[in-house]
Ligand binder design. Structure first.
Ligand code: SF4
Length: 339
């Protein structure tokens, strides 16, 4: 593996100045509060700021402290997360709140090591919380930062490989400043999100354009180097859409699946009724191909032991997986029409 450029500069001064002038300011979670920073960091994983804003506001209103979050039923947490996807984040968040109450008296710890020991908090998130809330000079290395670093040094190793992670973390530790670490980390996040973007980096606006190896060569689009994609396995499922004058029948997902804790259409081995619609949904590790069959039944019946009827009015308050919510909204006029 060849590194084409040995970094002999420190980008922190340029980045800190740039952040103050051109970075993002005034976002609701940009406060010196570990709880706010933790919730926002978890929500912002794989999700854009514009989407997170509303979820964050609703979540903080419902769970203003770690104690309140720890005591809340999982269903409430999942309901406020519904639509954000990657539901393991919400379950870990809830489990983590309980651990923080038990082990740390309801306050997020201050060291990266202690933060990293909590469910769902990796090294980069720990660094973000520690630097933003507690002024600890800890580095971060999220997807955006990996992209910026890979381009700055034209790193040829593929993302996801252990050697690449190790090298990029070495850079992160070498470059993180002792002072104003929060501003520096914010600058890296902002640069990756607004200037050094995945498809169209705007190098002319970049504070690091003089130092950037990829810009010098003109091949920023090649970095970070991706591993060849493995084909994603497919899982087929048949779901039942039982409809009555009381609405549609939804049941809580249990077990270990990605939708655990959410309400969904029951899955069945043998469909009854007529095929109504098909959909596919790509998760990080497989693609779900679902056939949804519909059957009208009496409102007095209980198609499965654990479900309940949900009408159109109550639908917004139910924690649903995104594709199921989309399907129900799309066909609301025919599903909820019978009175
Ligand atoms: S100069 Fe361009 S490629 Fe290099 S870090 Fe800046 S935006 Fe990214």
């Amino acid at each position: 593996m060849t590194v084409f450029h040995t970094p002999n500069f420190t980008p922190s001064t340029l980045l800190i100045e740039w952040q103050k002038q051109f970075g993002r300011h005034g976002l609701p979670w940009m406060v010196k509060d570990a709880y706010c920073r933790w919730i926002s960091e978890i929500m912002l994983q794989q999700t854009q700021v514009s989407v997170v804003k509303d979820y964050y506001a609703r979540f903080m209103e419902a769970f203003p402290t770690i104690d309140v979050l720890a005591r809340a039923p999982e269903e409430d947490v999942m309901r406020l997360w519904a639509g954000l996807g990657y539901y393991t984040r919400a379950r870990n968040l809830h489990a983590c709140a309980k651990v923080i109450v038990e082990r740390f008296g309801g306050k997020l710890p201050q060291t990266v090591e202690q933060l990293e020991s909590l469910p769902g908090i990796g090294r980069s998130t720990a660094g973000a919380i520690a630097s933003f809330a507690y002024d600890v000079p800890a580095p971060i290395l999220d997807g955006n930062v990996k992209r910026v670093f890979s381009r700055l040094v034209r790193y040829e190793g593929a993302v996801g490989l252990a050697a690449t992670e190790k090298y990029l973390w070495q850079l992160a530790y070498a470059w993180v400043p002792e002072k104003e670490t929060g501003t520096y980390n914010q600058a890296l996040m902002d640069l990756g999100a607004t200037v050094c973007t995945r498809t169209r980096p705007q190098c002319e606006r970049c504070p690091l354009k003089q130092q950037c190896a990829a810009r010098a060569v003109g091949d920023a689009h090649r970095f970070p180097v991706r591993r060849p994609k493995k084909p994603v396995p497919t899982r087929s499922a048949v779901m039942m859409l039982w409809c009555s004058s009381e609405g549609v029948w939804l049941e809580p997902r249990t077990g270990k699946g990605v939708w655990r804790g959410l309400m969904s259409l029951p899955e069945v081995q043998e469909p009854v009724g007529a095929p109504f619609v098909t959909f596919s949904h790509v998760f990080s590790h497989y693609e779900l191909k679902a056939t949804v069959c519909r059957q009208w039944v009496e409102a007095t019946s209980r198609p499965t032991p654990n479900g309940r009827w949900v009408n159109a009015r109550d639908l917004p308050s139910v924690a649903l997986p995104a594709p199921i919510e989309k399907l129900l909204k799309l066909h609301a006029d025919v599903l909820f029409a019978v009175v």
